[in-house]
Design a protein around this ligand. Sequence first.
Ligand code: GRF
Length: 195
Amino acid sequence: MSKPVKPRIAILISGTGSNMDAIIRACASGRLDADIAIVISDNPGAPGIKKARSAGIETFVSRYGRETPREESESEIADVIMKRSVDWVVLAGFMKILSPGFVKTFRGRIVNIHPSLLPSFPGAHAIRDVLEAGADFTGVTIHIVDELVDHGPIIAQEEVPILPNDTEKSLAERIHEVEHRLYPRTLQQLLHDDV
Ligand code: GRF
């Protein structure tokens, strides 16, 4: 009997790639039943690219925004994704805003993780913003990506308390701990129709 085909994912990163790493480890241990077809970065210096390569995963670095305009970079990325028969596009700290055209191509199949309880504190500085607002708690949101920034159907959320002496660094560390547990688990449910 042939083995059941696993859902194939492309992971898009811009930086450290600690969420990507958590997903790689979850796939290796069988907690996440998926094949990572490719890791894509818009940043050639992203530490996550090195990590992906050393895990034996194919990588692609886009020239996004440097020599090429956004539309061209996105259509190159879309091409790379489609050639690998990817089922899901997983954003893990990808810091570029995807155009409506890209979202349309993969509608309903792009997932993002954001370090706040959306719709509160969207944007690139969610952790700094929530501290500045003096909130008592924040959290993590995993959602399907639509045409708006940090917006779209929410699949999972988990609260993270803010402690009296929290700095951006200490809060980010606790948020990351939650992310690394929540993202693989939520992807497993989403990819296997369990949400
Ligand atoms: C995470 O906090 C994620 O929520 C946000 O970007 C950060 C990426 O961190 N979208 P890393 O690169 O996965 O370490």
